[in-house]
Design a protein. Structure first.
Length: 101
């Protein structure tokens, strides 16, 4: 259920809330997302479809005008900063801290 994964990623909804949307139990949503993650790893064609579907959702006016889009942008920026910092060694991190101060 690709919709479960997209909803989870774009909204950050709790798994139980997503399961309520689909009339399923919590474990079914966990399983569905694991299956989708596996599909995306082993089947490049599915990953392309997934990315296209997610892009369609993100390009809708409903999504763009929502607070979810704004939160997603902030979350993406935080993740990029985190990734950039984690790739640095201690000396580089100390230099960054000196620059910020």
């Amino acid at each position: 259920m690709y919709a479960c994964k997209i909803i989870r990623e774009l909204t950050g909804m709790a798994l139980q809330d997503i399961s309520d949307l689909f009339g399923l139990n919590h474990a079914s949503i966990i399983h569905a997302i694991k299956v989708v993650n596996n599909d995306l790893e082993v089947m490049p064609k599915y990953k392309m479809y997934y990315l296209e579907l997610r892009a369609i959702v993100e390009s809708t006016d409903v999504y763009k005008d929502s607070s979810l889009a704004k939160k997603s942008i902030i979350s993406d920026i935080r993740q990029e900063v985190y990734n950039a910092l984690m790739s640095k060694d201690m000396t580089e991190l100390q230099q960054i801290l000196k620059t910020i101060k």
